[in-house]
Design a binder for this molecule. Structure first.
Ligand code: AMP
Ligand code: GLY
Length: 422
């Protein structure tokens, strides 16, 4: 089989490494991919949002199955277009991808179907939003409605700060049109859990739970980033909580999307907060998380391609989805300065053993050398029988990865380990 994967980060690298395990896979093309992914797939210089060129490439190269990984092409209808061209695709169509693309849509969906989430109000008028804020207590959360590269969420410590956020989103357009509509919501507390799931629109099968580390520095200090590391499973997510989530969140969401005429197929990501009043949805993503995928897929024992095809064909209920009992840890190595300004173009060297389980996010190949090209450069990943060993092994492997100005957190999984050890 010939596969095509759209995207070009660490998540796509992890997906490709998992797909390659299927002996029927003869070739994988990654559009656009990156210098590190080039070791595992043929990278093609077509952008993740260039849907027309993707369709043309799929037809010309007789692609048998396509995986659309990032949110932008999903929201823009890549799955609709590629499927219409006769190539079956993993991922939701544009109508279903709106669950991530519009926070107002997802909040209204949860309200309508009684799915637990933070209390909220939606505004398209700046003055009305500010008037409402006068009735609220701080801290309070202000969110831009549309996609904003994970940066459209402001946790305001005072009502003044919240009003400033509303002004900068709605009037100064700091996130462009994504801020035409804002959601103001209750501040929740509790451990955060990421649960990725496979779904064919009817059946939903959660993957092993995980935990992201979003802040740039140790002890959850510094700026918010795309994610500095992950562990799986998440020890706060017990079997009892998993059952509550299935009954009150996962199944109701899948049924709600179907009822709304937007059946969701692909990977639905539940960003949850385990509050004192029970698990609540912080956000939905219409795709695999990054860097959650880098710890979840290495623990998948069943065949990824078979499961993905089952979500497309509607046969997920008859498909085996098995995860190992072990644990995984991914330490993201970034360019010093990220998420603010950073230098790039430094040569990356890796020992063979580190390279085998490293997922490259931001690197280019030049004259046979791998050079840094992004803020998040790569994720060094290890699996082991338990979390403590996985963390230790991931950090040991980072010793074998070198580039100038490398920066990484030293405490990935620390909080999870503490919770496990009581
Ligand atoms: P999001 O982009 O919706 O994932 O939000 C980014 C981060 O902001 C989340 O991972 C949470 O840590 C935090 N956050 C979002 N909404 C809330 C909320 N209602 N209460 C507390 N923290 C929140
Ligand atoms: N790690 C969070 C996300 O993929 O949105």
């Amino acid at each position: 089989m010939k596969l095509m994967v759209i995207g070009g980060g660490g998540r796509e690298h992890a997906i490709i490494k998992a797909l390659k395990k299927n002996p029927q896979v003869e070739a994988i093309f990654c559009l656009p991919g990156n210098g590190g992914i080039a070791a595992d797939a043929t990278c093609v210089d077509i952008g993740a949002k260039d849907i027309e060129a993707q369709v043309k490439f799929a037809k010309e190269n007789a692609i048998d199955y396509c995986v659309v990984a990032p949110d932008d092409p999903l929201a823009l209808g890549a799955v609709d277009a590629i499927t219409a061209a006769g190539v079956p695709c993993f991922g939701p169509d544009a109508k279903a991808a709106v669950i991530e693309a519009s926070k107002a849509f997802s909040k209204d969906l949860m309200k309508k179907y009684g799915i637990p989430t933070a209390a909220y109000e939606t505004f398209t008028d700046c003055a009305a939003a500010c008037k409402y804020l006068d009735t609220c207590d701080a801290p309070i959360v202000v969110k831009a409605d549309g996609l904003a590269l994970g940066k459209g969420v402001i946790i305001a410590q005072t009502i003044e700060e919240a009003k400033e956020a509303v002004h900068s989103m709605m009037e100064d357009k700091m996130f462009g049109d994504s801020g035409n509509c804002v959601v103001i919501e209750e501040f929740l507390t509790g451990p955060e859990v990421s649960v990725l799931s496979f779904t064919d629109g009817e059946t939903v099968i959660p993957m092993v739970s995980s935990m992201d580390h979003k802040r740039a520095m140790d002890n959850d200090e510094g700026l918010n980033t795309g994610g500095m590391g992950t562990i799986a499973p998440n020890p706060f997510y017990t079997d009892d909580i998993a059952k509550v989530c299935m009954d009150t969140i996962f199944l109701p969401t899948i049924r709600a999307m179907k009822t709304e005429g937007r059946p969701f197929k692909g990977c639905l990501y539940f960003g949850l907060m385990l509050t004192p009043k029970g698990p609540k949805v912080i956000e939905y993503n219409c795709r695999f998380g990054d860097p959650e995928t880098q710890v979840v897929l290495p623990l998948l024992e069943s065949d990824l391609l078979t499961i993905m095809q089952a979500t497309t064909n509607g046969t997920l209920a008859d498909t085996e989805v098995k995860f190992s009992d072990g644990a995984a840890c991914c330490v993201v190595m970034a360019s010093k300065g990220y998420p603010a300004a950073y230098e790039k173009g430094f040569e990356i060297t890796m020992t063979e053993e580190a390279a085998a389980t490293t997922y490259v996010a931001g690197a280019v190949l030049k004259d046979g050398k791998l050079l840094t090209s992004g803020g998040r450069v790569l994720g060094v990943t290890a699996t082991a029988a338990d979390l403590k060993s996985a963390i230790k092994e991931a950090y040991r492997l980072t010793d074998g990865v070198r580039f100038d100005n490398a920066y990484f957190r030293r405490d990935i999984g620390g909080r999870a380990l503490k919770a496990l050890e009581g």
